[in-house]
Design a protein around this ligand. Structure first.
Ligand SMILES: [Zn+2]
Ligand SMILES: [Zn+2]
Length: 229
C-alpha cells in the first residue's frame, strides 16, 4: 500500500475513534475499508470525520457520487440519520449542507441547472442512492486523484499527471522551477505562468492504461498492488 494512503488511513482511523461512539466504530471502519484504494474518497471521509457537521457523532453508512463534471464531483455522505452534500475537487472538499436542501447558485450554474427545483429532481431519496464504486474496475477510467475521465487533462496539481519535460511525476519533479527559472514558487501568478508553459509544451492527458500501470513506485498510490488484498 502506498505510504501516503497508509498514513491517511491511519489518520482517519484516529479521527473516527474521537468522532463516533463505540457502538458505531465497526460501521465507520467498514465503510473506510471499502475505499482504502481511493485517495479521493479517503480525502472526503477524512474531511467528514475531521469536522463533523453540526458535531453530530454519526458514522458514515454510504457514499454516493451524485454527479461529476470536469473533475468536480458532488458527493452525498449518508450517515445514520442525516445526509450531507460535499463538493470534491483536487484542491478542496467543501461541505455544502444537508442533502436535498438548496445549494449555492454557482453550483447550479456549474452543473447546468436552471433552478433549485430542477436540481432537486436529480437528487434521489437517500435509500435509492447508488453507493460509490469501490476502487475496482469501474473507477479505472477515472483518474484516482483528480477525478477526470479517460483522455482529459488532469486538474493542475494532480499527483497522477506526468511531466511533459522529464516524464516524471509533475507534482514532484523540479521542472516547474527550471521552467520558471526560480528557486521556489511564491505566488499565484507563477503558477499561472507555469500552467501556460505547460499547455504550450502539451500536457499529458490521463489515460486509463496509466491508471492500471500506476504507479508501482513507493511514493505513489499503489492501486494495482492494493487490489490484490
Ligand atoms: Zn489526475
Ligand atoms: Zn518534470
Amino acid at each position: 500500500m502506498g505510504k501516503e494512503k497508509k498514513t491517511m488511513i491511519d489518520e482517519i482511523e484516529l479521527y473516527v475513534q474521537y468522532a463516533v461512539q463505540e457502538k458505531d466504530l465497526e460501521k465507520a471502519r467498514y465503510v473506510l475499508s471499502l475505499y482504502k484504494d481511493n485517495e479521493r474518497v479517503l480525502r472526503l471521509i477524512r474531511e467528514y470525520y475531521t469536522i463533523l457537521p453540526e458535531a453530530r457523532e454519526e458514522p458514515i453508512h454510504k457514499l454516493s457520487c451524485l454527479m461529476e463534471q470536469g473533475g468536480v464531483g458532488l458527493f452525498v455522505v449518508v450517515c445514520t440519520s442525516y445526509s450531507y452534500l460535499y463538493v470534491v475537487s483536487v484542491e478542496e472538499i467543501v461541505l455544502l449542507g444537508e442533502y436535498r436542501e438548496d445549494v449555492p447558485l454557482e453550483l447550479l450554474a456549474f452543473f447546468q441547472y436552471s433552478s433549485q427545483d430542477a436540481f432537486l429532481k436529480d437528487c434521489p431519496a437517500v435509500e435509492e442512492l447508488v453507493a460509490y464504486p469501490r476502487g475496482e474496475v469501474d473507477t479505472a477510467s477515472i483518474c484516482p486523484a483528480c477525478g477526470v475521465a479517460d483522455g482529459e487533462e488532469h486538474l493542475l496539481g494532480c499527483v497522477v499527471e506526468l511531466c511533459p519535460w522529464c516524464a516524471g511525476t509533475l507534482s514532484k519533479c523540479n521542472c516547474r522551477f527550471e521552467q520558471l527559472k526560480v528557486e521556489e514558487l511564491e505566488d499565484e501568478s507563477q503558477l499561472e505562468t507555469f500552467s501556460d508553459l505547460l499547455s504550450a509544451k502539451g500536457r499529458i492527458r490521463f489515460c486509463k492504461e496509466q491508471n492500471l500501470a500506476y504507479p508501482g513506485t513507493s511514493e505513489g498510490l499503489d492501486i494495482v498492488e492494493d487490489k490484490k488484498d
